[in-house]
Write a protein that binds this ligand. Structure first.
Ligand code: NAP
Length: 351
C-alpha cells in the first residue's frame, strides 16, 4: 500500500516509554516517513525535546493525550503501550483505513484461550486478532505486505525464533526438547517505576526470572509450531542482565542425525543470505550484545560442541531495536512498499 501523503504519516501512542522514544530516534532518519502525532497521558503538552533532549532540534512536537479522531488522520499508528491498549483502539482506526502496528502483545497469539490465560483480560476484537499478522519479516514477509494489523513480536521471541528456525525447518533437531537461556538488559522492562530495576537492586548481580512461565513462551511455542507444522516443546529461562540494552539468547537442541559444523554453517548462511537484518557470523565467532547495540541487526553463530549430539546457537539483538522499534519500522516499510531498510541503517555502537 502507498501513503496518500508525500511521506507516510505516523502516530505513536505511548511516546514517553523506552520503545516510544526508540521509535522517535530511529524515525528521525527515515527518508519516507514522518511522525505527526505522539501521545502521553501523563506528559500532555510537554515538548518531545524537553523530555528527550537527544531529540532537540529534530522534532517540533508535543505529547498529547490519545485522541482517536486525530489518530485517524495518520497512515499508520504504532502502539508502544502496555497490552490491552492497542486492541481497544485498533478496530476504529482500521475501519478508517489506518494501519496499526502493535509493539505489545495484543495480537501476538492466535489461540484466544491461551492469550486470555497469559494476559488475564478478554480480547477486545476477536475478528481483528484473527486477522493480525505476526511481524517477523524473515518468516512472514508476504503476509505483512497486505496486513492491516501487525503484531510486532516480543524481543525474546525475535532473537530465539530467528536463531532456531533454520534447524527446525530443516528437520535436523528434536523439536520436543528445545532449551533456551535468554538474557535481557533492564530496558526490556520499560520505563515504569519498579524496585527490582533500581540500580542498587540489579547492578553487580545476575539472576533468572519467570522460570515457571514467561509470557513470551506461549507466543514462541505457537509460532514455532505453526511454522514447522508440528508441536514444539520448549524450556525457556529468561535472565536479567545488569545493563541497559541488549539481549542474548543461547539455544540448545539435540541433533537427530550427525551433522558437521560446516554443514550447519552452510544451512544458516543459506537461510539468511538475502536477509538485510540477520547476520550469520563466521564459524567460531561469539556474538556480543554490543555488536548490535542501537542497530536493527540480529547476529548469530552456530556451534557443535565436541563429544555429543547437541547443537548450540547464540543470537543477539538490541531489545529496543530489532526486538521492538526497529522491527516495527521494518514492518511499516514492507506494508507501505518502501525499501525495507529505509531509516534502519544505523551501525551498532561499539565499544
Ligand atoms: N522495552 C522493550 O525492550 C520492549 C521490547 C519489545 C516489546 N515491548 C513492548 O512494547 C510496549 C511498550 O514498552 P515500553 O518498554 O516502551 O513501555 P514503557 O516504557 O512502560 O512505556 C509505556 C508507554 O505507554 C503509555 N501508556 C501506558 N498506559 C497507557 C494507556 N492505557 N493508554 C495510552 N497510553 C498508555 C505511557 O505513557 P502515559 O502513561 O503517559 O500515557 C508510556 O508512554 C509494551 O507492551 C512492551 O511489552 C517492549
Amino acid at each position: 500500500m502507498q501513503s496518500k501523503h508525500q511521506k507516510v504519516q505516523i502516530g505513536i501512542v505511548g511516546g514517553t516509554g523506552y520503545t516510544g522514544v526508540e521509535l522517535l530516534r530511529t524515525l528521525a532518519n527515515h527518508p519516507f516517513a514522518e511522525v505527526t502525532m505522539i501521545t502521553s497521558r501523563s506528559e500532555d503538552g510537554v515538548a518531545v525535546a524537553q523530555m528527550y533532549p537527544n531529540l532537540r532540534g529534530i522534532y517540533d512536537l508535543q505529547f498529547s493525550v490519545p485522541d482517536i479522531e486525530k489518530l485517524k488522520t495518520c497512515d499508520v499508528v504504532f502502539f508502544a503501550t502496555p497490552h490491552g491498549v492497542a486492541m481497544s483502539m485498533a478496530p476504529e482506526l482500521i475501519a478508517h483505513g489506518v494501519k496499526v502496528i502493535d509493539l505489545a502483545a495484543d495480537f501476538r497469539i492466535e489461540d484466544l484461550a491461551v492469550w486470555q490465560e497469559w494476559y488475564g483480560i478478554k480480547p477486545a476484537s476477536e475478528a481483528l486478532m484473527a486477522e493480525a499478522v505476526y511481524g517477523l519479516p524473515e518468516y512472514y514477509r508476504e503476509k505483512i505486505r497486505d496486513a492491516k494489523v501487525i503484531a510486532n513480536p516480543g524481543c525474546y521471541p525475535t532473537s530465539i525464533l530467528l536463531g532456531v528456525l533454520p534447524l527446525l525447518k530443516a528437520g535436523l533437531v528434536n523439536a520436543n526438547s528445545l532449551i533456551v537461556d535468554g538474557k535481557s538488559g533492564v530496558s526490556g522492562a520499560g520505563k515504569g517505576a519498579n524496585v527490582a530495576m533500581l540500580g542498587a537492586e540489579m547492578s553487580e548481580s545476575f539472576k533468572a526470572y519467570g522460570i515457571n512461565g514467561h509470557r513470551h513462551l506461549p507466543e514462541m511455542k505457537e509460532k514455532l509450531s505453526q511454522l514447522i507444522g508440528q508441536q514444539v516443546g520448549l524450556t525457556f529461562v529468561p535472565h536479567l542482565l545488569p545493563m541497559v540494552r541488549g539481549m542474548e539468547s543461547t539455544i540448545y537442541a539435540t541433533l537427530k542425525t550427525d551433522k558437521s559444523q560446516a554443514e550447519l554453517q552452510t544451512l544458516y548462511e543459506t537461510a539468511y543470505e538475502n536477509e538485510p537484518f540477520v547476520d550469520v557470523m563466521p564459524a567460531g565467532s561469539t556474538p556480543e550484545t554490543r555488536m548490535v547495540k542501537g542497530s536493527n541487526m540480529c547476529r548469530m553463530a552456530i556451534y557443535c560442541p565436541p563429544g555429543g549430539n547437541m547443537v548450540v546457537v547464540t543470537s543477539v539483538i538490541d531489545n529496543l531495536v530489532k526486538g521492538a522499534a526497529g522491527q516495527a519500522i521494518q514492518n511499516m516499510n514492507i506494508m507501505f512498499d518502501l525499501p525495507e531498510n529505509a531509516g534502519l541503517n544505523q551501525v551498532a555502537l561499539l565499544p
